[in-house]
Design a binder for this molecule. Structure first.
Ligand code: UDP
Length: 458
């Protein structure tokens, strides 16, 4: 935009209020702050108290459900509509509040799930930058659907989907929303709305990096001109300076901290499976049972995050009978676990943050994807980056215990495949670190943005 470069220094960063969105956007805010830009996270009343990090201010806005957030809304649709209305109003008030201070807001970096924030930025005549939290591969698919280049439902039963810059994608690799659009219409609409006003954005960012997904970004650049700024994993974890920084600085659940670390300290190097399904997945009773029995049958040590809401699904007596081998917690600081030398494998639902964390910390993975984009991420973990294996479902969509044992052993027990996976994991860890280190491809993209904001690029 023209005529707006008088002041360069206060960015308000607006995440969608879930753990998997707050983490990368908060990390981006921290990066900006480390480069001399004032950064403020604007998040919902319900999530604001869970964020605590130095150098980044936190301000509340409203989604209309100030006491309970998403859980208080009856449906996805109700929540998203309410957030649009109340979020637009309160974001606008926040921008106004700072207008007459010494640090007026001159840019909104908004989660691409919240495209209305760009309209608010435009109303105030300030910059707007979209931040995509999914892989570039997934963004490229949804982008093509938005522009009518790919029709819904995308069902590829015998024939793979072929898209520029992407490997052939078979049915199990496709995001669930596009195969069964009727399953989550509100989420599908939200994924497509990311592109609705994108041509008006001053910048488009994606949490990925050049050597990881540059090819697909290049092939999609006319539709989706993304700058790659990831992985948004706290730098201390990439540099091995973990004691300087314990994580993202946001946790919507109370992590069981030292108990996990103390337990890990008693285990041999690379002997433990860390297993987590992220913040949103709800497994079927049968799936929980198969995972539990698979972990038991594998006879490996395991640290399993079972959220409070899922705990009743554990088989009777399971915790007691695996006391010697396993630790089950309701939430933990995942980064701290992945960085621990006792962890030998990450059994993951393949959420994009978890995928990037496993990749950036060099931990071999077993993908057990459940829905949404996780299926596509799993394809890349196994088939493209070679940093893990993907557990296959049976005809009823369940990963059986034997399959889980097989996959865990493929990764954990020394053999040709596990060696290859470990080699690849080590390589990607270095490449991820390189991308965000000074002079790396992602670091350069962030610097260009910062220089523009500060008006020092001219
Ligand atoms: N996470 C965590 N503790 C846990 C489980 C997950 O801190 O016990 C974090 C994890 O590090 C990641 C985020 O929660 O940054 C989950 O994001 P992801 O995209 O992997 O999955 P989602 O929760 O969005 O499905």
């Amino acid at each position: 935009m023209e005529g707006k470069k008088e002041y360069g220094g206060h960015v308000v960063v607006l995440p969608y209020p879930s753990q998997g969105h707050i983490n990368p956007l908060l990390q981006f805010a921290k990066r900006l702050a480390s480069k001399g830009v004032k950064a403020t996270i604007a998040t919902t009343h319900y999530t604001v108290n869970f964020i605590c990090t130095p150098n980044v201010c936190v301000e509340p806005i409203s989604d209309g459900f100030d006491k309970g957030g998403f859980a208080q809304a009856q449906t996805e649709d109700v929540f998203l509509n309410s957030f649009r209305t109340n979020g637009s109003r309160t974001l606008s008030e926040l921008i106004k509040k700072y207008q007459s201070t010494s640090s007026p807001i001159n840019c909104v970096v908004y989660d691409s799930f919240l495209p209305w924030a760009l309209d608010v930025a435009r109303e105030h005549g300030i910059y707007g930058a979209a931040f995509f939290t999914n892989s570039a591969a997934v963004c490229a698919i949804f982008c093509r659907i938005h522009y009518g280049l790919l029709a819904l439902p995308v069902k590829k039963e015998g024939m793979p989907l072929l898209l520029p810059g992407l490997p052939p994608l078979n049915s199990p690799d496709l995001p669930s929303f596009i195969k069964t659009p009727e399953s989550h219409p509100a989420y599908l609409a939200m994924k497509l709305s990311q592109f609705s006003n994108l041509e008006k954005a001053d910048w488009v960012f994606d949490n990925t990096f050049e050597v990881l997904e540059g090819e697909v970004v290049k092939a999609t650049s006319e539709l989706w001109p993304a700058k790659l700024i990831g992985p948004m994993v706290p730098s201390a974890y990439l540099d091995g300076r973990i004691k300087d920084d314990r994580g993202y600085g946001a946790s919507l659940w109370k992590p069981l901290g030292d108990e996990c670390i103390k337990w890990l300290e008693t285990k041999p190097c690379q002997s433990v499976v860390y297993i987590s399904f992220g913040s949103m997945v709800s497994l079927s009773l049968k799936q929980v049972e198969e995972i539990a029995l698979g972990l038991k049958d594998s006879n490996l040590y395991f640290l399993w995050v079972v959220k409070e809401s899922e705990r009743a699904k554990l088989p009777d007596g399971f915790i007691e009978s695996t006391k010697e081998k396993g630790l089950i917690v309701t939430w933990c600081n995942q980064l701290e676990m992945l960085a621990h030398k006792a962890i030998g494998c990450f059994a993951t639902h393949c959420g994009w943050n978890s995928t990037l964390e496993g990749l950036s910390l060099g931990v071999p993975m077993v993908g057990v994807p459940q829905w949404a984009d996780q299926l596509t991420d799993a394809k890349f973990i196994e088939g493209i980056w070679g940093v893990g294996v993907r557990a296959k479902e049976d005809g009823e969509g369940i990963v059986r215990r034997e399959e889980l044992v097989f996959c865990l052993k493929e990764v954990m027990v020394e053999g040709e495949r596990s060696k290859e996976i470990r080699r690849n994991a080590g390589k990607w860890k270095e490449l991820a670190k390189e991308a965000v280190s000074e002079g790396g491809s992602s670091d350069k993209s962030i610097n260009e943005f910062v220089e523009h904001l500060k008006g020092t690029d001219k």
